[in-house]
Design a binder for this molecule. Structure first.
Ligand SMILES: [Zn+2]
Length: 275
């Protein structure tokens, strides 16, 4: 399998919120997505980054607050659909989109991939499905981003069938063999959002990637086991679980510094892998 780390647009936010003790300056948070080219399953994505739908869906109050708190910059050539041609791919070639969680910056381009199956942990969408619209903002959820045929194209991960992970993945003990060939192992990373799913993926060169979505905003948080500012706890459904997950990522990183651990919004990590 070939793996490419890419991003579609970025937002800006204060560094000292993203990491405890961070500087009082605004930094960029790219919206990462990954492209997998698998010999059997073809082209697949992990998340989608931003699309222009973000602006459509945040025109009106209260969703407009989303724009104010995380101002987004997005250029035409940054869109995931427009980056596929560099790989000789068309939007309809994307067979699966693995969704880490349903925050807008991860799902805004879902409607751009007409043939994709959507794969995610059931509880990631389960709690949003019946949410009153007044609760959307609190959950960083823009319901207009969900494609109309979402349900018929959804393949929720069967959480009744976890696989035991080998010792090399410790302290992560169980995961989900998403394609049945062990090429993509989904791992629940609780705390930041309901049912957040990270992904272990190995490329043709034997390099292991661990896409950890928003379990940490910056790689430095994982390396130093340093959480965000306390105020960020207001954004998390389970701050205690967030802290525990970050601890696990720290332990994993110390044991396996050779693995590319990729937080979805860490500019330094993403730029390095995009080279
Ligand atoms: Zn998020």
């Amino acid at each position: 399998m070939k793996i490419n780390v890419l991003h579609a647009g970025y937002c800006t936010a204060p560094e000292h919120i993203a990491i405890h003790g961070g500087r009082w300056r605004t930094i960029r948070f790219p919206a990462m997505f990954a492209l997998f080219r698998h010999p059997t399953f073809g082209a697949m994505l992990f998340d989608t980054g931003y699309s222009y739908r973000f602006f459509d869906e945040t025109k009106k109050f209260p969703a407009r607050m989303y724009r104010w708190t995380t101002p987004v910059t997005l250029h035409e050539e940054d869109l995931a659909v427009n980056q596929l041609s560099a790989f000789d791919l068309h939007p309809k070639d994307i067979s699966h989109v693995f969704i880490s969680h349903f925050h807008a910056d991860h799902i805004t381009a879902l409607p751009d991939f007409p043939a994709a199956r959507f794969v995610y942990l059931p509880h990631a969408f389960g709690h949003l499905r019946h949410l009153p619209p007044s609760e959307d903002m609190k959950n960083a959820f823009l319901r207009g981003l969900i494609p109309l045929d979402f349900d018929s194209r959804s393949h929720e991960v069967d959480i009744s069938k976890p696989v035991l992970l080998a010792e090399e993945y410790a302290p992560f003990q169980t995961g989900y063999d998403l394609l049945g060939d062990q090429s993509l192992i989904g791992v629940e990373l609780p705390g930041h959002a309901y049912g957040q799913m990270g992904l272990f993926a190995r490329d043709d060169d034997g390099k292991l990637f661990f896409f950890v979505a928003d379990a940490a905003w910056l790689k430095q948080s994982i390396v130093e086991n340093r959480p965000p500012h306390k105020v960020a706890n207001l954004l998390f459904p389970d701050p205690e679980a967030y802290r525990e997950t970050l601890g696990h990522l720290h332990t994993y990183h110390l044991a396996h510094p050779e693995t590319h651990v990729v937080p979805s919004h860490c500019e330094a990590t993403i730029r390095e892998l995009e080279k």
